[in-house]
Design a protein around this ligand. Structure first.
Ligand code: C2E
Ligand code: MG
Ligand code: MG
Ligand code: MG
Length: 280
């Protein structure tokens, strides 16, 4: 009957979905005010080499909203992408990181790279390149200090657009890293066609180290592949000594993960930088 149909339709659009939908709308609607009212901040997570020396830091956006509480980037970045607002966040992140660089990071001996994450949508925004150039000039950013990360998925979304963007970026002296490697491709052939300096092995592969001979073989294969392609390699989400040992033994010499450091505020990171790098 119509009544039972109506009822089943109603239960199909459950209150959970409604809550979820409303939360997404609220997040999307609050991004602009959050940017102008400084609710966003940057946390830095250190990257280290096999000797525990610091080789860089990744800038990760954080949002502590007056209205919504703490919102994770894993939640607000996809919503910002879908609502066309992600490039405003990216611009804010670039400006803030460059400011922090001129204050803090430019005093660290090279090679040290501060990496900024980009979304697929950013690569289509040509004005972003002009903004990056201008911001580098404004803060006297040394050539080679800033690195950009883009997920494999974003890169493959539009290879032509991405390559055009990264040609300009590499001309500015910035390195390009392929983030979350191994989670988004359908074919490996693109790896010969893109100006990538660094591959970041996704945490899911690192998590699986020691699970099975096949999981281990896959990690070894990625390490070997990066080496042969002449790309640097960083393992993300390294949490245990076993993972670190396995990766080192097989030739991966750059790590990021809770085993070393969690993402931290600039102030905490400055305190860390004031201490000598730990031998780990
Ligand atoms: P990602 O770029 O792959 O960043 C690594 C994520 O793994 C970060 O999560 C970091 O906090 C987390 N992580 C690092 N080491 C460990 C570990 O040992 N264990 C565990 N469990 N987690 C670890 P976060 O900060 O929540 O960021 C999530 C994602 O959101 C990032 O993944 C990145 O794709 C995106 N994101 C963050 N900030 C920005 C941004 O400013 N712009 C854009 N476009 N995306 C961003
Ligand atoms: Mg990243
Ligand atoms: Mg990553
Ligand atoms: Mg990842």
């Amino acid at each position: 009957t119509a009544k039972s149909l109506g009822k089943s339709r109603y239960s199909f659009f459950s209150s959970d979905m409604m809550d979820n939908y409303q939360r997404r709308i609220e997040i999307a609607n609050n991004i602009e005010t959050a940017l102008s009212e400084n609710e966003f901040s940057i946390y830095y997570q250190e990257k280290v080499d096999a000797n525990g020396r610091r080789v860089g830091a990744e800038a990760l956006a954080r949002w502590n909203s007056k209205k919504l509480g703490f919102v994770s980037p894993a939640e607000f970045i996809p919503i910002a992408e879908q609502s066309g607002k992600v490039t405003e966040i990216t611009r804010w992140v670039i400006e803030r990181v460059c400011r922090d660089c001129s204050d803090v990071f430019s005093r660290i001996d090279p090679p040290f790279h501060v990496s900024i994450n980009l979304s697929a949508h950013d690569l289509k925004k040509y004005h972003l390149i002009g903004f990056i150039k201008g911001t580098f000039l404004k803060y006297h950013i040394p050539r080679g200090l800033i690195e950009f990360e883009v997920t494999e998925h974003s890169y493959l979304d539009n290879l032509v657009v991405a390559n055009r963007f990264f040609d300009e970026i590499t001309a500015l002296g910035c390195r390009v890293a392929l983030d979350d490697f191994g989670t988004g491709y359908s074919s490996l052939s693109y790896l010969t066609k893109i100006p990538i300096d660094l591959i970041k092995i996704d945490k899911q592969f690192v998590d699986n180290i020691g699970e099975s001979a096949r999981d281990d073989a896959l990690v070894i294969t990625i390490i070997e592949m990066a080496r042969r392609l002449g790309m640097e390699l960083c393992a993300e989400g390294v949490e245990t000594m076993e993972q670190r040992q396995f990766l080192t033994e097989h030739g991966c010499h750059m790590f990021q993960g809770y085993l070393f450091h969690k993402p931290m505020s600039l102030r905490e990171y400055q305190n860390l930088l004031a201490r000598p790098a730990e031998e780990v």
